[in-house]
Design a protein around this ligand. Sequence first.
Ligand SMILES: NC(=O)c1ccc[n+]([C@@H]2O[C@H](COP(=O)([O-])OP(=O)(O)OC[C@H]3O[C@@H](n4cnc5c(N)ncnc54)[C@H](OP(=O)(O)O)[C@@H]3O)[C@@H](O)[C@H]2O)c1
Length: 228
Amino acid sequence: MTAVVEAGRREAQQAGRAFPECRILALDLCQAADLARLEATLAAEKPALGWVVNAAGFGKFGNWEAVGPDWAGRMIDLNVKALVRVTEMCLPYMAAGSRIVEIASTAAFCPLPGMNVYAASKSFVLFYGRALRRELAAAGRKVGLTVLCPGPVRTDFWAIGNETYTLKQLGRIDAFWMTTAENVVRHTLRAARRNKAVVTYGFWNGWHRRLANCLPWSWLMALSRKLI
Ligand SMILES: NC(=O)c1ccc[n+]([C@@H]2O[C@H](COP(=O)([O-])OP(=O)(O)OC[C@H]3O[C@@H](n4cnc5c(N)ncnc54)[C@H](OP(=O)(O)O)[C@@H]3O)[C@@H](O)[C@H]2O)c1
């Protein structure tokens, strides 16, 4: 994280742009004590938060027996419980014009055997984000909320969750589907500034979303088993 911030600072300096002040907190968001530490830091420093991006998340793939209760619980703790908690603790420090980006996944669009808890956790993020956006608008808060639903992106995500994927399967996903984090981030920031409710990146992921809205989920579940 420090390296990313330093790279951003250097890039801003070279381009003659201002770089925002940064404070890095190393937290395990599955731990109640670390969540409490974040909440206490916010309460003590009362920062004006321009952007809140809930990116922490992981997916452990495989059927229910292969994933097991410990990994399933951690996915729910991080992808669901921590995301809600962080969003709610940041909201008091967000003024009109500030923005929240909740990171879900294209896995949110329909139930997915082989990644049942991960897909369900991301459906939660999609539904939670859309409903909270309405609540904020109804309360006149003028805080934007965009749910990002990325398809496969080349990051460490695949190193954690994909022991169940063979190299051949990953190669197939990579060739057809994967993109870079830079592409997704650029596209998402533009969409969030325009206050879009939900954003996907890429041709296939756009189709995935459209098809999930009109085809029976039983067909999509069968198709996804063939593809991945
Ligand atoms: N990559 C994809 O293909 C893809 C597709 C759809 C959705 N997504 C979603 O995109 C989001 C970002 O993932 P990514 O692709 O950037 O994967 P990544 O490179 O593995 O990044 C995951 C981030 O989550 C953090 N994290 C993991 N466990 C944590 C914990 N207990 N407490 C605090 N932070 C924790 C990691 O921090 P450390 O580095 O310190 O461990 C890391 O910064 C995730 O929500 C993921 O579900 C990814």
